[in-house]
Design a protein around this ligand. Structure first.
Ligand SMILES: [Zn+2]
Length: 492
């Protein structure tokens, strides 16, 4: 048995066992395979013990060209000028969107879905063979590999991907991207049977057959999970939603769906069904602590009561909610009521990036301004909402550095000018308020180094970037002659 060791000037375990807000000076992590075995403060005694116990079987991980704070105690255990913390957990995103960044031009949600997302995923579906000939791999695979590249860039090693609209047909390509990258994937496989582009509509039987096939093929893989992911509450009828929730309960797994993202869609829902989306979902008995709703921007007080009583989980995506002009959910009130909540990025097409630290910052910033109260949603809480909280909500053993948990770790470089001076007292605050996201220097997933500085160890960065540029230009050419789409939700 061998072990790997990494040491840095600071360590944030985010672990309830020792207190989530514990800030350790001169910390280290030790792991074997994909599991952490020691996490704590480093000193001469630890150096002696590790040397005696592990000898040559201990590999000291270092970041190439990094700044070292000190090499005292033992030259064998250099201390990076950085902070070690759990790798980030992304609870909601869309991996078909990296090629369409910058195309969400001042459009509300459903107009953007009809104007950009649905045409783009339709383009990839219709042109799959032609593009595969040109690219040497499927266009979907190009998009999903770019999503993995983006995630790892920002220190994300676990992601729930809402694999919706025309992407739902290409689960194998999505799973392959995560296996290649070495990241953890929860694939929420989409469906819709109304109020959406006609060529994407399913029957409940078709949607369940797609889930069964994916479960059969990928369900037993250690870092892959398959869950039902009806696209929207408005685009799935009651039979579809109930059938998918039943499937989730039978397989003891989550259900993931968008909800109450856009005011005019929520209003349209009330006009059509005579109740809010949350009340409607509760009446169908599809809300419980295994249901994860993305957004839930527009909530009545009664909606919050239902969410709290059922334990329904919410994923808040402030980057997308602001760019699409959707509004902002009452995050502070939700947390106060004990509603499980995580912060995420959403897809790159509406975010328009995967900088999850920026998402956490915006979540905190917006709530402070909304409530005119600087005391709410602290930097500590914001960091918990992209690590320990989403891991709990997604039921994965990550988001925390503690023995027995996943060896999913990031090292954030503290030698960057924007992060000097950092001390224990402003460590978490600087991560949330002073970073630009590019300070993530070392990314470890499943115990393996996935990125060291500019160098990716599992993905061919140059190839992926070249492919995605070709794909986006091919889309521009196709879109110029494509018929306009309309029919999604409030954009009908
Ligand atoms: Zn979304």
């Amino acid at each position: 048995m061998t072990a790997r060791f990494l040491r840095a000037r600071f360590l944030l375990p985010m672990d309830d066992g020792i207190g989530r807000d514990t800030r350790i000076s001169d910390g280290y992590v030790l792991w074997s395979g994909d599991e952490l075995i020691e996490v704590g403060a480093f000193d001469g005694l630890v150096a002696e013990r590790l040397t005696a116990t592990w000898g040559e079987r201990l590999e000291v991980v270092t970041s190439e060209g990094a700044t070292f704070f000190t090499t005292d105690l033992c030259a064998r255990f250099p201390c990076h000028d950085g902070v070690l913390l759990p790798a980030f957990v992304k609870a909601h995103g869309h991996d078909h969107e990296p090629p369409i960044i910058g195309l969400c031009r001042d459009l509300p949600l459903t107009a953007w879905l009809d104007g950009v997302v649905n045409p783009f995923t339709t383009f990839m579906k219709e042109q799959r063979d032609v593009l595969a000939d040109r690219l040497g791999r499927s266009p979907q695979s190009v998009a999903y590999r770019k999503a993995r590249l983006d995630d790892i860039w920002y220190g994300i090693t676990s992601a729930m991907t809402h694999h919706c609209n025309a992407s739902k047909y290409y689960v194998d390509d999505l799973v392959a991207s995560a296996e290649e990258a070495g990241t953890r994937l929860i694939a929420a496989i989409g469906s819709q049977d109304r109020f959406y582009a006609a060529h994407l509509l399913d029957t409940p039987d078709e949607a369940l057959a797609r889930l069964d096939a994916a479960w059969e093929k990928h369900g037993a893989k250690p870092r892959i999970r398959i869950v039902p992911g009806p696209d929207q509450l408005f685009s799935n009828g009651p039979e579809m939603l109930v059938a998918q929730k039943r499937w989730g309960r039978e397989h003891d797994t989550l259900l993931h769906c968008h909800s109450s993202e856009e005011a005019r869609t929520t209003a349209w829902f009330c006009d059509t069904f005579g109740m809010t989306p949350v009340a409607y979902a509760a009446e169908l008995d599809i809300l419980d602590d295994d249901t994860v709703l993305a957004h839930q921007v527009h909530s009545t007080p009664a909606d919050l009561d239902i969410l709290a009583a059922t334990g329904t989980c919410i994923v808040h995506n402030p980057l997308a909610n602001t760019i699409l002009g959707s509004g902002m959910p009452p995050v502070v009130e939700m947390i106060d009521r004990g509603i499980p909540l995580a912060v995420s990025t959403d897809g790159s097409g509406s975010a328009d990036n995967q900088n999850i630290l920026a998402a956490a910052r915006l979540a905190s910033q917006y709530q402070k301004a909304r409530l005119q109260d600087a005391r709410v949603l602290s930097a500590q809480q914001a960091l918990e909402l992209i690590t320990v909280e989403p891991a709990k909500l997604l039921r994965i053993d990550a988001g925390v550095l503690a023995p027995g948990k996943a060896a999913d770790i990031v090292l954030v470089d503290l030698s960057r000018p924007n992060l000097v001076p950092t001390r224990t007292i402003n460590l978490v605050e600087n991560l949330i308020w002073a970073t630009d996201g590019s300070e993530v220097r070392l990314v470890i997933g499943g115990g393996e180094v996935l990125r060291d500085g500019e160098r990716y160890l599992t993905l061919d960065r140059a190839e992926i970037l070249a492919d995605v540029q070709i794909l986006s230009e091919a889309y521009d050419a196709w879109k110029a002659d494509a018929p306009l789409m309309s029919g999604t939700g409030a954009n009908q």
